[in-house]
Design a protein around this ligand. Structure first.
Ligand SMILES: Cc1cc2nc3c(=O)[nH]c(=O)nc-3n(C[C@H](O)[C@H](O)[C@H](O)COP(=O)(O)OP(=O)(O)OC[C@H]3O[C@@H](n4cnc5c(N)ncnc54)[C@H](O)[C@@H]3O)c2cc1C
Length: 506
């Protein structure tokens, strides 16, 4: 069986160096900034052992017995049917957080299945460091232990006009500072470790291209979170500032946290290194393997789930405001349902038009590259529009709420709140409960972080939009339009003289 939620929680009590607001957090399973979210993640592990869901959430990869299932995201998909089964697993877990745990353990597990789908990338460039054996051991360790891999693969935002080695100080981005017989010592920082404090291991690397001179920064390794010298400096906790689950139902339970990772002369044994002093392999492990496409598969299913949740919220708000039947409100709801079905269709289309890694007909597969790229462009633009549409629909009710549920039980205020904060068919407590959920999803600090997350978690637009041109087929599109231009000229004469579609090149 995969590990239980309790096993997961127990593993978090390991002396990891998590800092919040100047405090070294002793035990994240007990601390008010982290404990509920840790339990929400533990719940995911319990779902994978649930008799009714075990077949959806786990798989038995080749070479392992029926008694050794792994989380389905760790299985290397080899067919369209495998991709569909992965989708079902992603969907089940994402529904458990209504789409608000972006970096649940399946995200990076999917990426690791991508790494092992193209191990030759780790062989090293020009006879350099060969990480293939380490990769195989890493895959076995992570999948057999149902481990939770978090990652920091972005350099801190210091000077984006300069390469890693050209920054004003040498150790701003993680780099190797010492080589020993048994491993390396690394120093520097990485951003943004989403859910890093909840992980078992952190993988440190760089997903954006490195310059040829960035050789000391061109490395990838995975280490346990409690490794001496690893420090996680957390952002403000929304879970800690939540009044109660009633008042902040999402941020109190699904605040996956984001942390700056600082490597303070961390020793990394060789067997933990995946790429080393290799600009090309450090980059291609994300893009030359299906890792990134597997990330998008998980993320696009989660995004679809989140839009379903938000659309449901919009419907309940409109019903509570008694505006649901009004034609303009029906238009708004129709728009939301249309948008969410675009998100859903992209998942299904990307699976149907899957691509195979290499030429082996039984080899690994991944979702369609072009559709995966299109999803990145679509989701970042759509999410803010989605929120804005629901805020328009909700009106001032999102704001006209008592500070906390406590007012409802207050002897003097309770009757006043019950009388004035209500709507036909929706008693006061129910309406306040709904609108507090809505504010947490749409307007709170937690909501704002989610808006930024959906815009940036998959990279910045100046990087991924040109990437769409690179991965796409711009020549075919230009040739198609050119074929129209080629079908007529100044001498073609009046409308109707030319053959329709003349010059059509497809
Ligand atoms: C909530 C959240 C969670 C995240 N979680 C993780 C995580 O778990 N792990 C991880 O590794 N990363 C994570 N990220 C980081 C994410 O990968 C980066 O935010 C993303 O790659 C963009 O990099 P950046 O933020 O440094 O933006 P930048 O690259 O600095 O870009 C910001 C803006 O600056 C401008 N700009 C900068 N450079 C250029 C240029 N060369 N040309 C044109 N315009 C430019 C553009 O307007 C751009 O939109 C997370 C980000 C967010 C917001």
């Amino acid at each position: 069986m995969t590990r239980s939620g309790q096993d997961y929680l127990d593993s978090l009590r390991d002396g990891r160096s998590v800092w919040l607001d100047g405090e070294l957090v002793k035990d994240i399973t007990e601390h008010p900034a982290f404990r509920n979210t840790a339990r929400s993640i533990a719940h995911l592990y319990d779902l994978a052992r649930d008799e009714k869901l075990r077949d959806v959430l786990t798989a038995t990869p080749e070479g392992t017995g029926p008694g050794d299932p792994v989380l389905r995201a760790y299985q290397v998909p080899r067919s369209h049917a495998d991709l569909v089964r992965r989708r079902a697993a992603f969907k089940t877990w994402s529904e458990a957080s209504y789409g608000f745990l972006g970096r649940s353990p399946d995200y990076m597990a999917a990426g690791i299945a991508g790494f092992v789908s193209a191990p030759e990338i780790f062989a090293g460039t020009d006879g350099g460091f060969d990480g293939r054996d380490n990769l195989a051991a890493y895959y076995r360790r992570m999948s057999s232990g149902s481990l939770y891999q978090s990652f920091t693969i972005t350099n801190p935002q210091i000077d984006r006009t300069k390469s890693a080695s050209e920054q004003e100080e040498n150790d701003l981005y993680v780099r190797v500072v010492k080589e020993r017989d048994d491993g390396i010592v690394v120093r520097g920082a990485k951003m943004i470790g989403t859910a890093a404090v909840f992980g078992d291991e952190i993988i440190v690397g760089t997903i954006e291209p490195l310059a040829p001179q960035d050789i000391e920064h061109a490395l990838t390794f995975s280490m346990p979170i409690d490794t001496p010298g690893l420090k996680f400096i957390s952002r403000a906790s929304y879970e800690a500032s939540a009044r109660s689950v009633f008042d902040n139902p999402l941020s109190s339970r699904f605040d996956e946290n984001d942390a700056l990772l600082v490597c303070d002369d961390v020793f990394v044994p060789w067997e933990r290194v995946l790429t080393y002093r290799d600009v090309q392999a450090s980059f291609l492990m994300w893009w030359g393997t299906p890792a990134y496409h597997h990330f998008v598969h998980q993320a696009s299913v989660r995004f679809w789930t989140k839009l379903e949740f938000l659309t449901g919220l919009a419907i309940l708000i409109a019903k509570s405001n008694n505006t649901y039947q009004l034609p303009p409100v029906q238009m708004q709801i129709g728009r939301l349902i249309g948008w969410l079905n675009i998100a859903r269709s992209m998942v299904i289309a990307a699976e149907s038009e899957f691509e195979r890694v290499g030429t082996d007909p039984d080899g690994p597969v991944h979702i369609n590259r072009e559709i995966a790229s299109a999803h990145r462009a679509m989701a970042g633009d759509l999410y803010p529009k989605f929120l804005a549409e629901i805020k328009m629909l909700a009106g001032g009710g999102l704001i006209q709420l008592p500070a906390s549920g406590y007012d409802l039980t207050h002897p003097e205020l309770g009757p006043l709140v019950a009388k004035y904060v209500r709507s036909p068919g929706t008693p006061s407590e129910q309406r306040i409960k709904l609108l507090k959920l809505a504010w947490d999803a749409l307007g709170s600090e937690f909501a704002s972080r989610h808006e930024q997350y959906e815009r940036f978690y998959h990279g910045a637009p100046h990087v991924y939009l040109p990437g769409i041109v690179r991965d796409g087929d711009p020549d075919r599109l230009a040739a198609f339009t050119q074929s129209c231009l080629d079908g007529y000229d100044l001498g073609t004469g009046p409308a109707g003289a030319a053959e329709p579609g003349a010059g059509h090149a497809r």
